[in-house]
Design a protein. Structure first.
Length: 151
């Protein structure tokens, strides 16, 4: 679970000018992850490859459009309905930072934190999916991971 959280947090961060090796790192992190479907794993690697091979300025613009266009797609939990309450119980309100923290935490606590984030993740996934945004896969992957751990 920890490798997935780290990989998704890297993909959620604003693309940097030097993203060399991102797709290889994501592929390696997800290679042996049975809790995500093969389609999800391949989709995450494809997104990483798109970010890695794309023009850095265009990737950053796309990221801004994806995660700043509407409150529903915000990476800040405090921007989501009920987010202030959830943000107060979590170590970080900014989702990529939270995922990095959870990647180093014990699994029961990480699952508990993801459960607290689930409404915001669903809202984000739906908002991005309505726009046919490839970043919609990121919150969906977290929800899929959470569902696999709870069932």
């Amino acid at each position: 679970m920890y490798a997935v959280l780290h990989a998704v947090s890297r993909l959620m961060e604003c693309p940097q000018s030097d993203s060399h090796g991102l797709s290889d790192a994501v592929a390696e992190a997800l290679a042996e992850e049975p809790r995500l479907s093969m389609a999800t794993r391949l989709g995450l690697v494809a997104l990483a490859s798109r970010i890695e091979s794309g023009d850095p300025a265009e990737c950053a613009r796309r990221w801004l459009h994806s995660f700043r266009a509407t409150p529903e797609s915000s990476l800040h939990l405090r921007d989501h309905p009920g987010g202030y309450a959830r943000a107060g119980t979590l170590p970080h309100s900014y989702l990529p930072a939270l995922l990095e923290t959870l990647a180093r935490d014990d699994e029961p606590h990480a699952i508990e934190a993801l459960v607290a984030c689930a409404p915001a993740l669903r809202e984000m996934a739906e908002a991005l999916a309505r726009q046919r945004d490839p970043y919609a896969l990121l919150p969906l992957a977290l929800l899929e991971l959470l569902a696999s751990r709870l069932h």
